[in-house]
Design a protein. Structure first.
Length: 378
């Protein structure tokens, strides 16, 4: 395994960091949160101009032809600033699966507009109660040469802003399909849903929505493969965001405790505070290790169900513990909703539960080990 980044990858990370840091200051984030805008359109335009939205899109469609690793580098830097842009939804949940499984017509219709920043994509993967993405509640019924979709999808990131949504639906007793849905199609009702972190989500109601066979991603028989592929990359991408978020939350906390004086000395000089910070650092490095292992496996087309579940488990655990430590060591300031550290806590909690929280990930790891498909991880 080689976890070192190439010169090109390091340059991409530096570019993403510069763009996010120049734009998203604490004051800007606070004012933007009060604006009511669903995402930062100005920053999105800047990312498109810098070529970052085309990172994993083929050169023939206006992209750079890179991969998930490069997208995750940008997501890690986004996590450090909590920038309000649909980077994960559009690139990981939308563009990557279209690039991988889409027909030539699907790629030509969608990917150039993503690379230019004109279109947002997303995917509806969450099931009510945290159910298995491979067992969607939405039903797809064959109708002529196409399909009819009916059901409800909740917690769709940027669902009210996306120009196309990847919808998973049951096409048979144990069969699943992934459909490219136009949210303005007849029978589609999009209802915005508020979240504690401020990220816009939506409920998508489908009432006998007609879609054509050309809207099926991965073909009639390949839906399950598309869903597994997509969920695994979505979980690793969330781990990348959480890694950047947790590292920045800990950095801010260490700086705060170095300056905050109580009982005549900086609070960071107390052993109990130092232990909490050290535990946070250990959690972050553990997340980094398992995340990189999972990312490496995916990029090399190695089966990685257990590794991905471990990365998402550590993303949940690390984000929860580090941001709790950050709030605790900030004292009363940590509970101030206008103080930056509170925003880190809220976003970390959303990442923790997205696409499966800690408990489902442990169950997934246990199933993999019990089945004998993977050796015990060391």
């Amino acid at each position: 395994m080689n976890f070192s980044y190439s010169e090109e990858q390091q340059s991409l990370r530096q570019l993403a960091a510069q763009i996010f840091n120049d734009r998203v200051t604490d004051d800007f984030r606070r004012e933007f949160g009060r604006s009511g805008a669903p995402y930062d359109a100005g920053l999105w335009k800047t990312l498109a101009g810098a070529g970052l939205l085309g990172t994993a899109i083929g050169e023939e469609h206006g992209g750079s032809g890179l991969g998930l690793t490069e997208v995750c580098l940008a997501l890690e830097e986004q996590g450090r600033t909590l920038a309000a842009v649909p980077l994960l939804a559009t690139l990981v949940l939308g563009a990557l699966p279209v690039q991988k499984f889409g027909t030539a017509a699907q790629r030509a219709a969608l990917l150039p507009r993503v690379a230019s920043g004109e279109s947002l994509l997303t995917a509806a993967l969450e099931e009510t109660g945290g159910g298995d993405p491979l067992l969607p509640a939405v039903r797809a019924t064959a109708s002529g040469e196409g399909w009819r979709l009916r059901g409800v999808k909740d917690c769709v990131p940027y669902g009210a802003q996306a120009h196309r949504i990847l919808i998973t639906a049951r096409t048979g007793r144990r069969a699943v399909g992934v459909f490219i849905l136009d949210p303005k199609a007849r029978g589609v009702r999009v209802q915005p849903q508020a979240t504690s972190s401020g990220e816009p989500q939506a409920r998508i109601r489908l009432s006998n929505v007609e879609v054509s066979a050309a809207d099926l991603l991965g073909g009639a028989e390949g839906g399950a493969e598309v869903v597994r592929w997509l969920v695994e990359r979505g979980r690793v991408a969330l781990a990348a965001q959480q890694l950047g978020l947790a590292a920045e939350a800990l950095r801010r906390t260490a700086a705060y405790t170095a300056e905050r004086v109580q009982f005549g000395r900086p609070t960071g000089s107390f052993q109990g505070v130092q232990h909490r910070l050290a535990d946070g650092y250990i959690d972050i490095e553990a997340l980094r290790s398992v995340y990189l292992r999972a990312l490496w496996a995916l990029e090399n087309d190695i089966p990685a169900a257990a590794e991905v579940a471990a990365a998402k488990w550590w993303a949940a655990r690390c984000g929860h513990r580090v941001t709790h430590t950050a709030q605790h060591l900030h004292g009363g300031m940590g509970a101030d909703v206008d103080y930056p550290i509170h925003a880190f806590f809220l976003r970390a909690r959303q990442i923790e539960l997205a696409l499966g929280g800690a408990t489902p990930m442990l169950a997934a790891i246990g199933q993999q080990l019990a089945s004998g498909t993977v050796p015990p991880m060391t």
